[in-house]
Ligand binder design. Structure first.
Ligand code: EPU
Length: 338
């Protein structure tokens, strides 16, 4: 395998920021991944695995270690039972497309989310009423402590809203190589997820009994209308998590903002970060080559800055403005390595 030195990270992340990786290598099989992990351990190098770089931001100093570009890719789908799996470097939306073509339900509302299959359990990706934790059965990983391949059950992944063991208590320990799903063959009982904008769009098109393909198509059209395509306008999708607050906090805010959207959540009430940023007057706000996206305030687009500092300044400005107005602290959603 070829190990390259001093490679820019900006071209490997969808927000197009970040300094250099000291070393970079491509892994195409589990064996190559194991080999390169052993190499890193032998040379005492930190490791960072990159899929399509759609939910990660590097600082201007880059990464002083070994970046592994994950190109381990393959899918396996059984249309009759609904069991499906994909290797971690597979493009997420190609996998969704294949499952939908096989008339399998469970991830169709997650259509067009940028990234790889391997990133899906890390962030427990979710959209339009579906979350990937509800269909994942197990995750195959390389345990970098023992240098062996093991499988983690759904429960062991400790999924919560946009979070998992891979981002929290076991951060950096596991490299995901394959994700296993149990989907449902979509029969006549199939019902689209109950999510307001999705239902409105389906009704608007006169689709009363949607198929999984209908749901996929409608989700793609909503996303294309509201979210910037990272290959045209560099971004990382939602830049902040939707904050979870107490019922009391929600009630106090509702007194002042009666139309504020909110959603029931196990740990309290989930507010819409996009609405908070928008209502704080920041939609379309620009600063230092960064912009709060005009059609969805939760997304920050890079209009041409080359410096991570511009993104950091924008993040701080938004956090401060929203905190001063609503008393709610927003937390970034992508992983920030700086
Ligand atoms: N809203 C505004 N102004 C805005 C944006 C949103 O008022 O600029 C309001 C909307 O009108 C709506 C509420 O906020 O009442 C929620 O907005 P939306 O349905 O667009 O969803 P979101 O909470 O902003 C989440 C996910 C998205 C996912 C959508 C659709 C997070 C952090 N984001 O956004 O995921 O596509 O739901 O289900 O949970 C991502 O994670 O990168 C991502 C794009």
């Amino acid at each position: 395998m070829d190990v390259f030195q001093n490679q820019t990270l900006a071209t490997h992340t969808t927000v197009r920021l970040g300094g250099n990786a000291r070393y970079m290598v491509v892994a195409r099989t589990e064996d190559e991944l194991l080999e390169v992990t052993q190499y890193a351990r032998h040379n005492q190098l930190r490791i960072m695995v990159l899929g399509s770089g759609s939910n990660i931001v590097f600082g201007d100093d880059g990464f002083d270690g070994l970046v592994i570009l994950n190109e381990i890719s393959d899918t396996n789908i059984d249309a009759s039972t609904g069991y499906a799996s994909a290797k971690s470097g597979t493009n997420w939306d190609e996998f969704v497309q294949q499952c939908v073509s096989n008339n399998l339900a469970g991830i169709e509302a997650l259509s067009l989310i940028p990234g790889t299959v391997g990133a899906s359990p890390v962030n427990n990706i979710g959209a339009y009423g579906q979350e990937v934790k509800d269909t994942i059965t197990k995750v195959r990983v390389l345990d970098t402590d023992s240098l062996t391949f093991v499988e983690l059950s759904n429960k062991e992944c400790q999924f919560t809203y946009r979070n998992s063991i891979f981002k929290s208590s076991a951060y950096g320990r596991y490299i995901i190589t394959e994700v296993f799903f149990k989907l449902a063959p979509a029969n006549e009982d199939y019902a689209a997820p109950r999510y307001a904008s999705l239902q409105t769009a389906l009704n608007g098109q006169g689709i009363l009994e949607p198929t999984v393909q209908n749901v996929r198509d409608v989700v793609i059209s909503i996303r294309q209308a509201k979210l910037p395509d990272p290959s045209v306008l560099p971004n990382t999708g939602s830049f902040f998590k939707n904050p979870i607050v107490s019922q009391e906090k929600r009630d106090a805010l509702l007194q002042q903002y009666p139309t504020m959207p909110y959603f029931a959540h196990k740990q309290g009430v989930k507010l819409a970060a996009g609405w908070l940023i928008d209502t704080a007057g920041l939609k379309g706000y620009t600063q230092d080559g960064m912009r709060v996206y005009d059609k969805q305030a939760l997304v920050l687009v890079n209009d041409g800055t080359r410096s991570f500092q511009s993104l950091l300044n924008m993040k701080n400005h938004i956090q401060k403005t929203v905190y001063e107005k609503f008393g709610v602290m927003l937390e970034p959603e992508p992983e920030i390595i700086a």
